[in-house]
Design a protein around this ligand. Structure first.
Ligand code: ADP
Ligand code: ZN
Ligand code: MG
Length: 510
């Protein structure tokens, strides 16, 4: 089997994610007052507590607890009032006190969920999915828990391939990251395709950016994701044996790593083999996964309550005070865009799904509600297309909200056509001019003069007897061809709506 669609004819993939997010917005570490910055010069932000010197006592960072409660509320979790910290014991040089402080069976946040808007094509690969009234598909993804823990230090394997230990000559340790506040979100095994895994990760990242708990940089590692994946025959109830892909540091790697692994497992099963429970590493440059280690069990960690840290008893007042900080979340924003601006669900969710795009949209919109649809169009098509092609973010490009707003005004008032908007946009990028100036200087105004359009349309009708006959014979679609001819004759400056309407009028007269 070579492709996902081949595999999905026979098997169903089951995917669960474990997502670590450093709370980079906090000033200090989780249990000490060291500066919370893992990118400073090495081993600068350390103290007896985060290095685990004998006798040092941890003091929890209250802002970290606020952040995780906020994350829980934003992802529909129940907030557990009575959770506590545990010690996860292991020996590895990235954690000099030989245990990591984490949480036990009860975490601060339990039983949440996110709903994903799944594109139709991806939805077809799913066995169980709800179709909404408007024709869109929603996948309900359960969140098992979000727990609080501390990060470990960074090992730098000198001479290793990709900075990994394999083949390394020696290793250096940077403890700046040791004790950095970290939350881990674990999903239920509810995801079914690499596309859904990517959508989930993107949605979660946007939510965490919106509530401002982290910079969520996958490149820098402040947001990291492990993907668990197994296969089962379509229709089977039992889960298959899973493998875990470690630290996928971009949306693309997450998607591609899972895709590779699903196809690999399918081929193992097809050949009568067995999938082993193991941790694997995705090598983007070789486009394959390789074994890192076979599974250690929870028993190996001798998890027990940390006697240095008292159990929590969060009050309703505390939880309510955190709730007050909840900003408008992407789903709420999407619904508002639909209700207030009449955007289509797809446009609204695309815009609202990106904090950068929606902020730009709202800045450009100001109180000019009437330009909302044109503006959404320009941002999602022209602007996004350009940024994608150049690999730029909105803030990195020199396009201003004012100029995009002006372009949307020209388009929504029918002064220019969408074809012309595209041309104006291209010139805006090249010449750093305002749209109105460009339109005026080049005489690009759309022709909306009825008399001129009637002339144009009559010419086209005279030149296209075959198509006119087809229209008369009931082929409504041919009108598209005739509009195209008229647009061409107007050098792209005719108002397409008016041309369409006039064409029908003239044709019906024949
Ligand atoms: P482990 O004990 O290996 O850490 P967990 O039960 O804690 O496994 O689950 C870790 C992650 O793996 C979760 O996101 C969970 O949804 C997912 N998961 C569990 N079982 C499977 C499976 N059979 N196939 C795919 N994902 C799974
Ligand atoms: Zn410290
Ligand atoms: Mg686990």
């Amino acid at each position: 089997m070579k492709t996902l669609s081949e595999v999905f004819k026979k098997y169903e993939a089951v995917i669960g994610l474990e997502i670590h997010t450093e709370l980079t917005s906090l000033d200090t570490k989780m249990f000490c007052s060291c500066k919370n910055s893992s990118t400073d010069p090495v081993n600068q932000n350390v103290c007896p507590v985060c290095l685990g010197m004998p006798g040092a006592l941890p003091v929890p960072n209250k802002d970290a607890i606020k952040s995780i409660v906020l994350a829980g509320l934003a992802t529909n979790c129940d907030i557990e009032k009575n959770s506590m910290f545990y010690r996860k014991n292991y020996f590895y040089p990235d954690m000099s006190k030989n245990y990591q402080i984490t949480q036990g069976p009860v975490a601060f946040c339990m039983r949440g969920h996110l709903d994903l808007d799944v594109p139709t094509k991806a939805a077809q690969e799913r066995v169980d999915i709800d179709k909404e009234e408007d024709g869109s598909y929603i996948a309900h993804i359960g969140i098992t828990r979000i727990h609080m823990e501390e990060d470990a230090g960074k090992l730098n394997h000198i001479g290793g391939v990709d900075g990994r230990i394999a083949g390394a000559d020696h290793s250096l340790i940077d403890y700046n990251r040791c004790g950095v506040p970290l939350i881990e979100l674990v999903t239920e095994p509810d995801l079914r395709t690499p596309e859904e895994a990517r959508l989930f990760m993107q949605k979660l990242r946007e939510i965490f950016l919106t509530i401002k708990i982290s910079d969520c940089s996958m490149e820098q590692g402040s947001m990291r994701c492990d993907g668990n994946v197994s296969l089962r025959k379509r229709g089977a109830k039992e889960f298959g044996v899973k493998t875990e892909l470690k630290n996928m540091n971009s949306f693309k790697n997450l998607h591609d790593g899972l895709e590779y692994e699903i196809i690999r497992q399918a081929n193992v099963l097809e050949e009568g083999g067995q999938v082993y429970q193991e941790t694997r590493h995705w090598e983007p440059s070789n486009k394959r996964t390789v074994v890192m280690r076979t599974k250690e069990t929870a028993d190996d960690y001798r998890l027990f309550p940390d006697p240095d840290l008292a159990p929590y008893d969060l009050s309703d007042e505390f939880i309510d005070s955190v709730r007050e900080f909840l900003p408008e979340l992407p789903d709420q924003k999407r619904d508002r865009y639909i209700a207030d601006y009449g955007l289509s669900k797809q446009d609204a969710s695309e815009l609202a799904g990106s904090l950068e795009q929606s902020s730009f949209f709202e800045e450009a919109l100001g109180d000019k509600k009437e330009i909302a649809k044109s503006l959404a169009n320009i941002i999602l098509n022209n602007l996004a297309g350009y940024l994608n092609a150049e690999g730029l973010s909105i803030s990195e490009s020199k396009i201003s909200a004012e100029s995009i707003s002006e372009l949307a005004e020209l388009l929504s008032s029918d002064e220019i056509s969408s074809k012309q908007a595209k041309d104006v946009f291209a010139i805006m990028i090249e010449e750093d001019e305002l749209p109105r100036v460009i339109v005026e200087e080049r005489g690009m105004k759309q022709v909306s003069d009825k008399g001129a359009i009637v002339e144009l349309v009559k010419e086209v009708i005279a030149k296209s007897p075959d198509q006119v006959q087809q229209y008369k014979d009931g082929n409504q679609k041919i009108i598209g061809y005739l509009v195209g001819q008229a647009m061409k004759a107007s050098k792209g400056q005719g108002n397409p709506k008016l041309i369409n309407q006039t064409l029908r009028e003239e044709l019906d007269k024949l």
